[in-house]
Design a protein around this ligand. Sequence first.
Ligand code: CU
Length: 168
Amino acid sequence: MSRFIGRTAIAALALLGVSTFAFAHDYTLKSLSIAHPYARATAPGAPVGAAYLGIENKGSTPDTLVAAKSPIAGTVQIHEMSMDGGMMKMRALPNGLPIPAGGKVSLAPSGYHIMLMNLKQPLVAGQSFPLTLTFAKAGSIDVDVNVESMGAMGAGGDPMKGMPGMGH
Ligand SMILES: [Cu+2]
């Protein structure tokens, strides 16, 4: 399998609804590497989901993930989850997520995540959906998000469970 599959090919496959990327997959945008975008499956009718991925900045200037969007969600936000007085809380990052020069930032359960709100369809394990990431300096890239089972990467459990403010 190739780390060097062109994003054009991937975008074309995404348009066809083909989900062939059960393995880890990476993307390159200028000096940024984006690793293995994935989401967990959602229950039918669930209004929200979350997407996760890794970002490495191999360049010498910092960048910022400022926005994300997807045709499958009415609203997409960049969120941070953290413990606050013994409770897991999450909030949108109004200024985006900084990606330091030479640094790696992981969006993962119980931490930073891309919040998919007003889902137009359930996220079904084995399928995939397109997500556009926009960085302040590097610009935008379309990635294909693999949907994995609800317990995928499961140590943190379901990131949506028991969280306040889910009505937003
Ligand atoms: Cu969130």
